[in-house]
Design a protein around this ligand. Sequence first.
Ligand code: IVH
Length: 670
Amino acid sequence: MCRDIKNQIYFLRNEILRHDDLYYDKNNPEISDVEYDNLVKKLEILEKSNFVLGPSTSPIKCVSGFASSLYFKRVKHTSPMLSLDNTYSNNDIAKWCKNIIKKINSSDVEFIVEPKIDGVSVSLVYINGIINIGATRGDGEIGEDITRNVMMIQNIPHKLQICDPPSFFELRGEVYINKIDFESLNKKLLSSGVQKFANSRNAASGSLRQKDSNITAKRKLSFFVHSFGKIYGKQFQKQSEFLKYCKDCGFQQQNYIEVCHSFKEIEDFMNVMINRRNMLTYDIDGIVVKVNNFQLHSELGHTNRSPKWAIAFKFPAKQTTTILNKICAQVGRTGIVTPLAILEPVTLAGVTISRATLHNFDEIRRLRINEGDTVLIERAGDVIPKIVKAIKKKKTSNTESVLFKRPDMCPSCSSKIVKDEERVAYRCINPNCPAQFKRHLIHFVSRKAMDIKGFGEDVIDQLLNKNKIKILSDIYYLSYNDFRCLNLFGVKKTVKLIEAINVSKGRSLNRFLFALGIRHIGERTSEIIAKKYKNMNNIFNTCVGDFTKINGIGSVLALSLEKFFKNKEIIHLINNFIKAGVNMVEFDSIKMNDKFDNKVFTLTGELKNRTRDQAIKSIKEFGGKVTASVSKKTSYVIAGINTGSKLKKARELGIKVISEIEFEELLAKK
Ligand code: IVH
C-alpha cells in the first residue's frame, strides 16, 4: 500500500480518537460535528480499499468515548450501547430508505421518526419496577455508574408506574437540559466566576457527572427514553408500542414523534422539524429515522458502531455574519502552526463568538478571505465556529496581494516552519519553542492530566515571564516566594496552589503519561500503557518492539513511545519528577464488575425469560463459571421449570438453590 495512504489512515485514526476524547470525555470539542463526520467518512473510504491495515483496531469500528472512572465505578452494559450513523443530506436518507426496502424485500415498511435530542446517552436499569442502576454510555461496553445522580433528575421515575413491571428493564435515553435552564445555569456560573458551558449538551454532561449529586439535583436536568438494552419479562413488537409503554411507566415523552410510510413523509417531517426546532423547549440537533418493527431490527442487524435499522439526519448548522478583524498564526503544543481568525464579537445561538478556526493555511486561499472582510460564520454541530465564506469584501486596491500568507518562521521562536511527516500540517520543530512549551505546561496541569487546580494560563504566563519554569518538572520545585511575587497572589491563594501541586504528585501513572504530552499518545493510550506496565521503571525497561505487542497500540504509537523514552532529555526530566516525589505507579485499575468471581453456577430446568445460552453468557460476563453437574464446588443452582435430578442433588449437598427471579436480582446487583 502506498506509504502516503497508510500515513493518512494512521493520522485520521489518531485524530478521530483525539476528537472522541475531547468530545465524550472532556466535554470540550475542538471541531464541529460536521468536521468530525467528514474525518470519519474520509477514513471509511480509505479503510475500505486498504483493509490490510487491520481495520478492527480502527476507532470508526467501535463506539467512541470511554468510561473515565475517575470518580465513578465502572458498569458493564448488558448489551453494547451503540451510536447512530448520520448524514446532513436528504438524498442519503432517501438512499437509506431505499436500501432498507431492498434488504427486507418489501416496500410495506413502517418508519418511526423522532427528534434527535442534543444531550447525553444514559442507560437506566429497573429491577421489578424499581430503579437499580443509571450509567453513562462510556465506550459503549462499559459506562460510569451515575445512579445517585440520575436519581436526582426530576422526570426519571424511581418506581415504574405500572402493575406487573418487567423483572429486568434496561431503558436507554438522553439526559438533557431545557434551553431556559441552560441559560440560567450559565448566568449563575458566570456570576460566580466559573467558566460557562459552550452548549446545552456540555451542560447536561457536566452536570450529570458531578461527584456531588446535590449539584446534579440543582441543575434541572431532564430525560427522554429513546431505546432499550435487555428486557426480561416483557416483549414489544414495535418502537411505537415500546414508547407508549414507557409513557405508561411514567416517562415523559417527546411531543413530535411520527410513524411514516415513505421517504416523502419522512422528508416532510424533517422540514417541519427544521422550522419547529427553535420553538422546542430543549435543543435537538437532528431527526432519527428508525424502522418501527423490532423483528426487522434483528434481520437488519448492526455494525460494531451503529444499528442498520436507524439513521440520524443532522440539521444544517447555525450561521451569522461578522467582521474578520485579524488573521494571526498560533502554535500548538505539538508545534503545529495554524491560522486563527479574530472576529468582531457576535452572538450566535446564545454564545458570544470572537474567534474562529481556520484549520490550515490553504483554507484562507480557498475562502479568499482578508482582514476587514465581512464573513459568514457557522457553529456546525453547535460547537467551534468556523468561517463559511466571505460575504462582503473590504475595499482594497488589490485583493490578491493582501491574502494572509503562511509565515515561514514560527511566530513564537522564529525557527523555520516545516511540513510534517504526515504532510498535513506545518510545524515548528524547535524543541525549545516557548509557545509550544507554554501549551505543554497548560496541558500538563489540565484537568485530565495532573489536574493542578488554580494553575491557569495566567499563572503560567507570569511564571514563564519571570523565568521560573524552564522544564516541565520545574513545576514541582517552585517555592512559596516564587508564587507570592505573582500578581494577585496573596498568602491564601499561594498556600492553596502549593497544596494543589503537592496533591497532584500522587496522580496515577496513566495521568502522568498523558500529562507528558507524548506525541500521538492520548488519554486512552496512556491508560493502556499504565495498565500494562504498572510503573515507570517497567516502561523504561521495555525492549525494542515491545510496545507494538500491546493490544491497541499501533506502529505509529509504538514508535513514538520508543523515541520518547530513549531521549536523554526525557530521562533527565523524568528523574527530576521522581526526585520531586511524583508518583509513577498505576493504582490498581478499578475492578470491572466481576461479582461472580469464584462462583460456580449450575442450571436445571427451563428458564422463562432467557435461553440457557443467554444465562451462561451473563454468568461468564460477570466472571462466574458454569458446570453441567452439581458438586460440592457449586455455589448456586438456578432452578427453572421442570427441574431434574440436579435439584435433588443440590438439596442433598446443601447447595443454595435460587429461582430465575433471584438470579435476575443477582445479575442486577452491584
Ligand atoms: S436511538 C443505537 N433516538 O444520539 C442507538 N438516539 O448520535 C439507538 N439520540 O447514542 C439510539 N436522540 O444517545 C435514538 N430519538 C433518539 C435520539 C437518540 C438522541 C442520541 C443517542 C445516540 C446518539 C447518536
